[in-house]
Design a protein around this ligand. Structure first.
Ligand code: FES
Ligand SMILES: [Fe+2]
Length: 402
């Protein structure tokens, strides 16, 4: 029997050998002249190595939500394009992210979610780290029953911590520690949404425990989910039911500047209702914008939906160049709406509603993936009116690659 080993990371080809750099310049042209990102950005494994570094490690990337590890000691592993990470809630309830690798001989420390008491213990030779990542135990390091060694300085072997920030329950990491500070990064979006919700009062956003999560695996590159989310152009064809309530004409574009986010808003949001029951609403929502809802993709990999009575975080886990896991996390205003028995049915319906919308989108995004195998496609053209936010995302990717 012959076994073939394939290692995508064996050799990183220069970007110019993978695609024609001029095609990336084309993306940057005015929308009327621009083409979209070239096919390689969706189908080529060598390209993914560049994207991993320049998009996912250099930027503030989302790896989940804090509610998934609610109590001190709760921990879960996460794999970011092959890089193993640990998400941990420490004793002060702070979310911390470490590289999931033992400092001794490189064993992957954590394999599945669990609640730890005091330490992260390596299954191989039992070296243990406290919740600050500090190496605290090295059994038999100096020979049998000798747990210290003069020749070994524990201080130098702490776990490597990743720059992390939690905002609206979303966990952002900057693997290469080279992006601007998160507070500055998020400022434009935070300012925009200050007319809707008080972001200091994050306690009002409560994750729902019963109908607060679902995921979908899609056969396409992660970028298709973002570019599709940014535009309302596809409403009549892909979401005919949704289009009856909130028509393509009731939408407006959102272009975040500096270029970090884009999306769309609706002026016709109707709160879901069952009998006479509705979800609680945000108390400081702008009274002139009661029917507004906004759908923003914060680059690279999170899509946020903000409504007067609920909020969702739809984040993407890229698995391979053409496979993505979509995670949907849902929040309500206060515990009664998020977890109370009275509104359970309404939560179930709301979750079902969004799942149906996301399922409808799968046809669109997987169809684009198939199309990207065509040698005659040149990245395509944008509608100068309808595709502005999508073009903005393409430009963001292209500029970060070059
Ligand atoms: S590799 Fe972790 S203790 Fe040896
Ligand atoms: Fe859609």
């Amino acid at each position: 029997m012959i076994i073939f080993f394939v290692d995508q990371n064996l050799k990183k080809l220069p970007l110019s050998e993978i695609l024609d750099i001029k095609k990336l310049d084309n993306v940057n042209k005015h929308i009327e002249e621009a083409n979209g990102l070239p096919n390689e950005c969706y189908v080529n494994n060598d390209y993914l190595a560049h994207e991993k570094e320049k998009i996912f490690f250099n930027k503030w990337t989302v790896i989940g939500v804090a509610s998934s590890t609610p109590n001190p000691g709760d921990t879960r592993p996460h794999n970011l394009l092959g890089v193993p990470l640990i998400v941990l809630r420490d004793k002060d309830k702070k979310i911390r992210v470490f590289h999931n690798v033992c400092s001794h001989r490189g064993f992957k420390l954590l394999d599945k979610s669990c609640t730890l008491k005091n330490v992260i213990r390596c299954p191989y030779h039992s070296w243990s780290y406290d919740f600050n990542g500090k190496l605290v135990a090295t059994p038999h390091i100096g020979g049998l029953n000798n747990h210290q060694s003069e020749k070994f300085d524990k201080i130098k072997s702490s776990l490597k911590e990743v720059k992390t920030k939690v905002w609206m329950d979303i966990i952002f990491v900057n693997i290469n520690s080279n992006e601007i500070e998160f507070d500055e990064y998020i400022k434009p979006l935070k300012n925009r949404w200050s007319k809707f919700i008080n972001l200091k009062d994050q306690k009002s956003l409560v994750h729902s425990k019963d109908y607060g999560y679902f995921n979908l695996e899609v056969n396409c590159n992660w970028k298709f989910a973002i570019e599709n989310y940014c535009e309302s152009y596809h409403l009549p064809t892909i979401h005919p039911e949704l289009n009856k309530v909130s028509n393509i004409d009731d939408h407006y574009h959102i272009q975040g500047l500096p270029n970090r986010f884009a999306g769309q808003g609706s002026k016709k949001y109707e709160q879901p209702v069952k009998g006479n029951k509705k979800f609680h609403t945000f108390s400081n929502w702008d009274k002139n914008m009661l029917k507004n809802s906004e759908y923003i993709a914060l680059f690279p990999n999170v899509m946020i939906g903000l409504h007067i009575d609920h909020f969702y975080v739809f984040w993407l886990e890229p698995l391979t160049i053409n496979k993505t896991k979509e995670h949907m996390q849902m929040y309500y205003v206060g515990n009664e709406s998020a977890n109370g028995e009275e509104l359970k049915e309404l939560r179930k319906e709301n979750s079902r509603f969004w799942k149906d919308v996301m399922l409808e989108d799968i046809n669109a995004i997987e169809g684009m993936q198939e199309g990207r195998n065509s040698p005659v496609y040149n990245g395509g053209n944008f509608s100068p009116i309808m595709d502005q936010p999508t073009h903005q995302f393409h430009k963001w990717v292209a500029n970060n690659l070059i």
